[in-house]
Write a protein that binds this ligand. Structure first.
Ligand code: ZN
Length: 220
């Protein structure tokens, strides 16, 4: 059963989350987009060309899980990425995609392991994000990224798009936004530590933690 059975409450939640991310500097301009999956499996997404700082409940767009536009304004051009994550992850009812500064900077580094680009610098990063694969660069809206994102999402709830930014799915929008914020802060730590001897969590320490993005009830 989906987390979001009340569409009106879900619209309010998307708008509140969008404004909170914008107000805290995690998105800028008209970048970044959010979505939730409703009980009928349709997706509510932020629309194309909108700022997460000013988007309203009535401006949200609706698509099916294949990214086909159903009603409302036209969806974000990156709707296919959201749809790919929902198809691959039946327990995910929310997706957050940002161009947040430090994660975007990380996505342009040439010296990182594309299998997992960030070390587990903190326990909360390990619990909320875990492994972060890097997907190769594609131009905005390039649909060839869709199959790759869907394949990656089957085994990972988060990925980083090269020269672009992160995509994160979770059971709830609150969990997806928390993970996106944890990723951004950990990317910032990674740059702050550059050139300093660093001791990430050991594989044993990381493995002993319980992942946070698990299904739990949330209002709306
Ligand atoms: Zn983007």
């Amino acid at each position: 059963m989906t987390t979001y059975t009340d569409e009106t409450a879900a619209r309010t939640l998307v708008v509140e989350s969008a404004r909170s991310l914008f107000a805290r500097g995690l998105t800028h301009g008209s970048t970044g987009n959010l979505s939730v999956r409703l009980a009928d499996q349709s997706l509510l997404l932020t629309p194309t060309g909108s700022s997460l700082g000013t988007v309203t409940e009535a401006e949200l767009s609706r698509t099916d899980v294949h990214g086909r536009h159903l009603d409302g304004p036209r969806p974000t051009k990156e709707a296919f990425l959201h749809a790919a994550f929902y198809r691959a992850r039946p327990t995910a009812d929310a997706v957050v995609h940002l161009h947040s500064t430090y994660a975007a900077a990380l996505s342009a580094r040439a010296d990182l392991d594309p299998v997992d680009v960030l070390p587990p610098l903190t326990a909360y990063y390990a619990m909320r994000v875990g492994t972060l694969p890097l997907l190769p660069y594609h131009a905005p809206g390039d649909r060839t990224l869709e199959a790759l994102a869907e394949e990656t999402a089957r085994t990972h709830h988060a990925c980083l798009l090269a020269n672009h930014g992160p995509v994160i799915a979770a059971a709830t929008l609150g969990q997806a936004a928390d993970a996106a914020e944890e990723l951004e802060e950990t990317a910032k730590l990674f740059f702050l530590l550059h050139g300093h001897p660093t001791r990430p969590l050991t594989p044993e320490q990381a493995a002993a933690l319980t992942p946070i993005p698990s299904r739990r009830p949330e209002t709306a």
